[in-house]
Design a protein around this ligand. Structure first.
Ligand SMILES: Cc1cc2nc3c(=O)[nH]c(=O)nc-3n(C[C@H](O)[C@H](O)[C@H](O)COP(=O)(O)O)c2cc1C
Length: 328
């Protein structure tokens, strides 16, 4: 099959008049785009325009210093991958320059990448989610917004992503202030993802991103204290993959918008598992921190899979492993 014959293009916002058409389903996950989350370490040979989309690190209303060191376990994700580790932890604490600096200083540079860029937002109240969305109006450099709901609501300390009503309220507040395609990224540690998925879609999400990291920690038994400066952190990488995959599989059954799979995707095989579970696109996270070429390599492997299996369109594989419930 000729290269031109393989269609990798996907639309992550088919119900939004703007659409979010990506040339392929490989995206860079927020917080893992280069070593600082904003592209540090990338070289000009890494042509971002070849990827489906790039999501720079989440920005908050005000700048944040982040958590005390150490922020990583193991210290190097590259060594973790080489050692075949399953446990990848981080405790960055959403260090970021704040939305004003992001819109003024960073977004104009994003416009030069020739890539589809998604702005990731997090807020500490429903009202603040709306205010931040309003601040993005008329600003260029990104084509969509992703809400990071793995953050606490200042009013009661509850995580937005843990509560269907709160998650829906944040989504609605943003939806009221932007017409851009809106992706809502959910937390994995919930008893049932489906009511939350349904609630945010009803509130205006164009697509769901599943999932963020799982709360986790490790303890140094010689020092007898937690390893991470933030005490607990987020589990990402291979140990998260099977959890995120099951969440994607379930969420796809519950909603009629695209779902984006993220969690431990290091190879095209991993990406295909998510696509077969029903993900329309995937995000590459920890794998970038092990090797900044990872998303480019995964894209080429994915293309090769389609060619080898004579599949002309990636969309044919979306949800192909969903087992239909027996008709009673
Ligand atoms: C170092 C690091 C920083 C992250 N920062 C963010 C962030 O700012 N916003 C966000 O939505 N997710 C953030 N994440 C979560 C990732 O985007 C992704 O959802 C998660 O790591 C699971 O994917 P992975 O197993 O491929 O890493 C971060 C993950 C890591 C490892």
């Amino acid at each position: 099959m000729s290269d031109e014959g393989v269609n990798l293009a996907v639309d992550l916002a088919p119900q939004n008049p703007h659409h979010l058409r990506l040339s392929n389903p490989i995206m860079i996950a927020s917080g893992t785009f280069g070593y600082d989350g904003y592209g540090r370490g990338l070289t000009p040979e890494m042509r971002l325009s070849q990827l489906g989309a790039v999501i720079p690190k989440t920005v908050t209303r005000l700048s944040r210093e982040g958590n005390p060191e150490p922020r990583w376990y193991p210290k190097s994700f590259r060594e973790a991958r080489e050692a075949g580790a399953c446990i990848y932890l981080n405790s960055i604490g959403l260090a970021n320059p704040g939305i004003e600096a992001a819109l003024t200083d960073l977004a104009p540079q994003w416009a030069n990448w020739g890539a589809t860029v998604v702005l990731s937002l997090s807020a500490e109240s429903v009202v603040q989610f709306g205010e931040m969305a309003a601040m993005t109006q008329g600003v260029g450099g990104f084509q969509a917004i992703e809400l990071n709901l793995s953050c606490p609501n200042v009013d009661d300390g509850a995580l937005f992503g843990h509560d269907a009503k709160l998650a829906a309220a944040a989504t609605a507040a943003v939806r009221a202030n932007t017409t851009l395609p809106l992706l809502v990224k959910l937390a994995p540690n919930v008893p049932d993802i489906t009511p939350i998925a349904k609630a945010v879609v009803a509130a205006g999400a164009d697509a769901l991103t599943i999932s963020n990291t799982l709360p986790a920690m490790t303890i140094d038994v010689e020092q007898r204290k937690p390893v991470l400066g933030g005490i607990t952190g987020g589990l990402s990488g291979p140990g998260l993959r099977a959890v995120a995959l099951a969440l994607v599989y379930r969420a796809v059954q519950a909603v009629d918008v695209p779902v984006i799979g993220v969690g431990g995707i290091f190879t095209a095989n991993d990406a295909l598992e998510f696509i077969l579970a029903g993900a329309t696109a995937v995000q590459i996270g920890s794998a970038n921190l092990a090797d900044l070429w990872a998303p480019f390599n995964i894209l080429e492997e994915l293309r090769a899979y389609l060619e080898e299996h004579s599949i002309p369109d990636i969309n044919q594989l979306v949800g192909a492993a969903q087992i239909k419930a027996p008709v009673s």
